[in-house]
Design a protein around this ligand. Structure first.
Ligand SMILES: Cc1cc2nc3c(=O)[nH]c(=O)nc-3n(C[C@H](O)[C@H](O)[C@H](O)COP(=O)(O)OP(=O)(O)OC[C@H]3O[C@@H](n4cnc5c(N)ncnc54)[C@H](O)[C@@H]3O)c2cc1C
Length: 433
């Protein structure tokens, strides 16, 4: 049951135990010349590679461990519309048009995932239906605002605000004062999604390599990337290592993204009647606090429950002991339920909570996408499309993201986690008000 977060192999998660398409890919042991080299085999990297291969580019993808080994194969699987948080604050950099464009991209992002699942017949238990959960009146006001925004952009999916006495229609918990149902968001098995997308990429001609960490980048007119036993030369290099990129490969990126741990547990399969009482309409849920709980049922009726973001850089010794009280706070009726799996992964957090998409200073042919915080299942797919459009000559949406300035955290790796811990403590205290 134990699941080391940082092991070389896939963690012993519920997702790995129920993975459908695990294919081993070779190590890079040659010198390759391609149009585009992508570093990182999560949603960002795999989808950038797939988008480009679909458009006729030759692509190599280098993954340090296994495809989907990072956050993409470990996350809560909640496919929630929207990109970034408080996007209005960037109006001075990107104008109101830019803010509106990001709002629309937050909807398109979910459509990309749905199209991909349908087109490549990816069996990843995609289920539409999601509910934001309010714990205080301020959250209800935010949800009402959100609903007005969605109506304003012509959102074509049903949304409905629920008051406290209506919450049992969707969740068997007394914890919430209300919520907003969104039938255009949902949940899925994230490892099966990324593995299915990797299969599609391979079939489209992408050369995928595992256990092939990018160790050194040589910048220039045609960038080069070295791995322990090989080298790739390319026209464009795209860096998608997100929270796992580390500081040494490219300090400009590592300094802008802080890794924070998030953790999950999976219960034993629940009786059908119990599952129906907890979550009658099989939706996904997340509450609106900073230290949020998120959960949904798996296809075999386990409750997959996540939360407990850890900014110290140290994983809890016992994930179940740390997380189960949160589960019981939501569902006291599950006090004696058995926990079959526990695991965690690293989320990449930027200072302003807008995903970072751009090119390295002085290297317009070295691109990157990272820092989606806990909201990357959809946003990674959008980032991949934006990067592919840019490489194909359409930089309009890339430019919106690239013109937002992102702070480099001071003090190098040693100081970054304590700084983040302090910053998040501030947000949690604000949350209590
Ligand atoms: C526990 C948890 C729960 C979450 N829940 C949700 C959720 O419910 N909904 C949601 O929208 N988001 C959620 N997220 C966030 C979401 O998973 C991420 O934003 C998203 O998966 C990021 O994808 P990525 O491809 O950018 O990065 P990753 O999936 O982390 O992939 C990066 C990959 O790059 C590789 N890599 C790094 N450096 C190198 C190198 N030098 N050479 C080669 N390869 C390298 C790594 O090995 C890794 O496989 C959650 C995250 C976690 C950890």
């Amino acid at each position: 049951m134990k699941s080391p977060v940082h092991s070389e192999r896939y963690p012993d998660s519920f997702y790995v135990a129920t993975a459908r398409e695990v294919t081993e890919h070779p190590r890079l042991e040659e010198e390759l010349d391609v149009d585009v080299c992508v570093v990182g085999g999560g949603f960002s990297g795999v989808n950038t590679a797939l988008e480009l291969a679909e458009r006729g580019y030759s692509v190599a993808l280098l993954e340090a461990k296994r495809i989907g080994w990072g956050a993409s194969g470990r996350n809560g699987g909640e496919l929630i519309r929207g990109i970034g948080h408080g996007v209005e604050q960037f109006a001075k950099d990107i104008g109101q048009d830019g803010v509106d464009a990001i709002g629309r991209m937050g909807v398109e992002a979910v459509e990309i995932v749905r199209e991909r699942v349908a087109r490549y017949q990816i069996e990843c238990d995609l289920q539409m239906g999601y509910c934001d959960l309010a714990l205080k009146q301020r959250h209800m006001r935010e949800l009402e605002e959100d609903q007005r925004f969605l109506e304003g952009i012509g959102y074509r999916h049903e949304t409905r605000i629920l008051q406290r006495d209506q919450m049992h229609q969707v969740v068997g918990s007394d914890r919430y004062i209300g919520g907003m149902v969104d039938m255009g968001s949902g949940h899925l098995h994230p490892l099966n999604l990324v593995l299915g997308e990797a299969r599609a990429a391979r079939e489209a001609g992408v050369k995928l390599f595992e256990y092939s960490p990018a160790q050194r980048i040589i910048k220039g007119e045609r960038p080069q990337v070295e791995t322990p036993r090989g080298k790739v030369t390319c026209n464009y290099l795209v860096l998608c290592g997100n929270a796992y990129i580390g500081h040494s490969l490219e300090p400009e990126l590592g300094g802008k993204v802080l890794p924070a741990g998030s953790y999950m547990i999976a219960t034993e399969p629940l009786d059908e009647a119990v599952a129906r009482q907890l979550i009658p309409e099989n939706m996904a849920f997340a509450d609106l606090s900073v230290a949020l709980d998120y959960y949904h049922l798996s296809a075999d009726r386990r409750l997959l429950f996540g939360g407990l973001c850890n900014y110290s850089g140290r994983d809890p010794k016992d994930i179940t002991a740390a997380l189960k009280p949160n589960l019981e706070r939501v569902f006291p009726q599950l006090q004696s339920v058995r926990i079959d799996y526990e695991w965690g992964g690293m989320i990449g957090i930027g200072a302003n909570r807008l995903p970072q998409v751009g090119s390295l200073t002085g290297s317009p042919n070295i691109l990157f996408a990272q820092a989606y915080a806990g909201h990357g299942v959809n946003a990674t797919h959008m980032a991949a499309r934006i990067l592919a459009d840019y490489i194909q000559g359409d930089g309009a949406r890339f430019d919106i993201f690239a013109s937002v300035k992102h702070m480099t955290f001071p003090g190098g790796p040693a100081l970054r986690s304590p700084l983040l811990a302090l910053g998040m403590l501030y947000h949690r205290l604000k949350d209590l008000l």
